[in-house]
Design a binder for this molecule. Structure first.
Ligand code: COA
Length: 168
């Protein structure tokens, strides 16, 4: 008998994934996660399910990436995060693949940029670039060296100046 021990599939997020995603984020970031500056933006309005993705292993949700529509300066883009992979499934390229899928989906939907607060060594090989220090004002303190963007519109960097907030 042939058995696949790991049958990974990537799916667009649906409401039914909510509870599993909550647990994954709780496990990855702990109870302090709601106070981070990026989390405050996400509290301003819902994320975009059509640009958010999960990875399931044999039907169990084991990783998630979410995307929230934001206005950053004059850029109509998306904030990527949280991104989390269950510890049992780390270092298999799942995080990278979720980022790739989310950025590609945003591009197709006409987003002008994908923005996040994260580690440059992880995200820069995936197409992210540093935003000019202090150019974006978050609703809370952020480390300016960790504000990154995949510029999609040509003049993105020049227009990433001012507040970043949830948008409709
Ligand atoms: C960070 C995270 C999403 C990576 O997911 P993953 O599926 O394990 O990552 P991938 O398999 O795609 O990539 C693994 C590679 O990234 C590297 N990596 C992981 N976290 C990194 C970081 N913070 N900085 C630099 N490199 C990192 C690993 O060392 C590994 O390197 P290798 O390919 O040379 O072995 C996952 O570890 C996680 O959920 N962590 C806790 C939550 C978190 O920190 N999320 C990111 C918020 S910015």
């Amino acid at each position: 008998m042939l058995m696949y021990k790991h049958d990974l599939v990537y799916l667009t997020e649906e409401a039914s994934h909510d509870a599993a995603i909550e647990l994954i984020n709780e496990e990855a970031f702990g109870p302090g996660r709601h106070t981070r500056a990026a989390a405050r933006i996400r509290e301003q309005g819902p994320h975009d399910l059509s640009l958010s993705f999960i990875c399931a292993d044999d039907g169990e949700t084991i990783a998630s990436v979410r995307m929230t529509p934001v206005l950053a300066g004059t850029v109509r883009g998306h904030l990527l995060g949280p991104l989390a992979v269950r510890p049992s499934h780390k270092n298999r390229g799942i995080g990278r693949e979720l980022v790739r899928i989310a950025v590609e989906a945003a591009r197709r939907k006409g987003s002008e940029a994908v923005i996040l607060v994260g580690d440059p060594p992880y995200y820069c090989p995936l197409g992210f670039e540093k935003v000019a220090y202090g150019a974006l004002i978050f609703p809370g303190p952020v480390d300016p060296g960790r504000v990154l963007v995949v510029p999609i519109a040509e003049d993105t960097h020049a227009r990433l100046k001012g507040k970043i907030a949830w948008r409709r």
